[in-house]
Design a protein around this ligand. Structure first.
Ligand code: SF4
Ligand code: SF4
Length: 222
């Protein structure tokens, strides 16, 4: 697989985890301005993107359009690229780019084929995705394709789609993952304070009772 990796607005955690996939023999990175000297974006099978798109940074939009033209498949990697993630907290005035204050998911600008959330995105899930993609194991790719439709996620989604449906096992992962401590565990169930929630989607995508059946992927892809 020839791959491009583009980092938009994020904390670099997803890029650090993306480094893990470079150990796979069948991945050849052909363009990544953060990791290599190559200046021209090249054609690739898959373009991975992390980070949200900054509306005040026109270069982002140009990079996205070019990536979409050059790649057969585009993957939003990490919660910022998928739903905005922690960038939803941003109100501008921060160093070193105080003028940047509005961030949106990648799929608001270009067609995205697969979304792999996580804060940061997991190296292991990326590897499993790549293995499944290379082996044309479509069954395992369906959840990632469906996730593209989920452009926004909040503590309410966690309550409605996990807790209210009786899927919660009380592990506390959602509370641990919330960057603004909006979730408290009460009697082994999460209570979300929506007045604190910044709608980053991290709790929803961190929940092990969500829609990606990781154990099945573990057993049959690797
Ligand atoms: S409850 Fe916390 S982790 Fe969940 S969407 Fe809101 S801010 Fe994000
Ligand atoms: S992460 Fe999911 S299963 Fe775990 S406590 Fe939160 S809602 Fe329940």
């Amino acid at each position: 697989m020839k791959a491009i990796y583009l980092k938009l607005s994020d904390c670099s955690g997803c890029m650090m985890n993306f480094l893990g996939v470079l150990s796979l023999e069948d991945v050849e990175l052909v363009y990544c301005p953060n990791l290599m000297d190559e200046r021209e974006m090249k054609e690739a099978d898959v373009g991975f993107l992390s980070g949200a798109v900054c509306l005040q940074f026109e270069e982002h939009i140009e990079m996205l359009k070019k990536l979409r033209e050059l790649c057969d498949v585009v993957v939003a990697a990490g919660s910022c690229a998928c739903v905005g993630g922690i960038t939803r907290f941003c109100r501008g005035k921060q160093d070193p780019q105080p003028e940047h204050h509005t961030f949106l998911p990648v799929s608001d600008f270009i067609g995205v084929d697969y979304a792999i959330p996580g804060c940061p995105v997991s190296s292991e899930i990326l590897k499993k995705f790549i293995n499944a993609y290379n082996k044309n194991m479509d069954t395992y790719l369906i959840p990632f394709r469906n996730l593209v439709k989920k452009k926004r996620a909040s503590g309410e989604d966690l309550q409605d789609e996990i807790v209210a449906k009786g899927l919660c096992v009380g592990c506390g992962m959602c509370a641990l993952s919330c960057p603004v401590e909006a979730i408290e565990m009460m009697d082994r169930r999460p209570e979300v304070r929506m007045d604190k929630c910044i709608r980053c989607g991290t709790c929803y995508f961190s929940c092990p009772r969500n829609f990606v059946n990781l154990r099945k992927v573990d057993a049959e892809v690797i």
